[in-house]
Design a protein around this ligand. Structure first.
Ligand code: ADP
Ligand code: MG
Length: 396
């Protein structure tokens, strides 16, 4: 497959020169953390369910030096505005700071957990497309957490770093995301998808060597984000909680797939809102689809996962109702052009789709999607290979 990312290349640049120019010395080190794409298991992570992300070759990179005077300086090559200078003892949740709230929130979360983080100089650069459902925010949090963990010798595990990043995003920035994004960025490994149980954060690396199987996983970034999505997450979340309450279980994770049909009848009999019934069907169905895909991957039958991805899309479109015309078009055009399977991924209402395709067909399918977008009058999508890549790591 030759389609290049239409955003900045995944190799990225080394932020060392930027760091030295800004702060006048060499950084103590350079770290990287990837964006992610979720293969299957959507809107399951706030129901204690299963997800299956893989790390992208696209990374956020940070050149960092520790400081001991309480000063935190942050810079990103990707946004205008210069260096943001803060004091670590004055960091307070929901106090603005724009993009800098993500790394500052990590410092805040570490300090709140009792870790002696006394300041840092940080220069960031990232190739993860922002706002495309590919977790550029988690990449930023994870790379910051990993760098500070090393520089302050905090001894935190990858899962601890993910929990720290999520706290930063939930409690400091104020975005109610689940734990999948940060866990994927912190814990994924090359050539694998991550089977993550969001109930207890237990995980397994599932071999997902696409190239060896002659397959490609394309990401189609629709480059749209519909405002409708803003309240939808909270509404879906509340609906799922209502479904669990009516069924008398702690979370929808606790409903076995075998009991789904009977549970839906019970919900209808109990007078549950029609939307609640749909949400329950989606969440329990998608948890089941994660297990199906894992069984197929373990059996070496990756191609057979295609129809499961298609079912996942239909469920997100019709039951959860978080798709949009651009995502539906990407999935439909890819399928018509011969993809093995395709689905929207991430929160929906724009963002990205994943497409499983024979490697030899990848160029044809990518072109078909681009042509369909042009014919519908949409701006060109970004299309690239989601090569299963490494999680967060120190580069130098
Ligand atoms: P996603 O995580 O799906 O890309 P989010 O809305 O969660 O979308 O996070 C995007 C936000 O993260 C951006 O608006 C910006 O504030 C921050 N961000 C991501 N990448 C960078 C970067 N390279 N430099 C500065 N801020 C970034
Ligand atoms: Mg995000």
């Amino acid at each position: 497959m030759t389609a290049e990312p239409t955003t900045t290349g995944p190799a990225g640049t080394d932020p060392t020169a930027t760091f030295t120019e800004l702060y006048g010395s060499e950084p103590d080190g350079v770290w990287a953390a990837p964006g992610r794409v979720n293969l299957i298991g959507e809107y399951t992570d706030f129901n204690d369910g299963f997800v299956m992300p893989l790390a992208l070759p696209h990374t956020a990179r940070a050149a960092v030096s520790r400081r001991d005077d309480g000063v935190l300086r942050l810079y990103s090559t990707d946004v205008p505005g210069g260096v943001v200078s803060l004091r670590v003892d004055e960091l307070a949740p929901h106090s603005g700071h724009g993009w800098a709230a993500y790394p500052a929130g990590v410092v805040w979360a570490l300090r709140r957990a009792g870790h002696p983080v006394t300041g840092a100089d940080i220069a960031l650069t990232s190739t993860v497309p922002t706002g495309a459902g590919l977790s550029s925010s988690a990449a930023l949090e994870t790379v910051t957490a990993l760098a500070l963990n090393d520089l302050f010798d905090l001894g935190l595990s990858a899962a601890d770093l993910a929990v720290t990043g999520r706290r930063a995003e939930n409690d400091f920035v104020g975005v109610p995301c689940g734990i999948m994004d940060q866990m994927a960025s912190a814990c994924c490994t090359e050539g694998h998808a991550l089977h993550l149980d969001t109930r207890d954060l237990s995980l397994r690396q599932v071999p997902f060597d696409l190239a060896a199987q002659g397959l490609t996983l394309l990401v189609v970034d629709t480059r749209v984000k519909h405002a409708l999505g803003d309240g939808a997450y909270a509404e879906r979340r509340a609906g799922c909680e209502e479904g669990a309450r009516l069924l008398g279980i702690p979370t929808l994770r606790d409903l076995p797939y075998e009991d789904l049909a009977a549970a839906l009848t019970r919900l209808a009999d109990a007078g549950a809102d029609e939307s609640v019934i749909r949400y329950v069907r989606h969440v329990v169905g998608d948890n089941h689809r994660v297990e199906q895909v894992i069984a197929l991957l373990d059996a070496g039958d990756v191609r057979a996962a295609g129809p499961v991805l298609n079912e996942g899309h239909v469920s997100l479109r019709d039951d959860l109702r978080v798709s949009c015309p651009e995502l539906d078009l990407a999935v439909e055009a890819a399928s018509t052009a011969g993809a093995l399977g395709a689905r929207m991924t991430g929160g929906g209402f724009g963002g990205s789709a994943v497409v499983l395709v024979e490697e030899a067909q990848a160029g044809t399918v990518a072109k078909a999607v681009e042509e369909a977008f042009a014919a519908a009058g949409h701006a060109p999508p970004g299309v690239f290979d989601a090569v299963p890549s490494a999680g967060a790591r120190r580069l130098s």
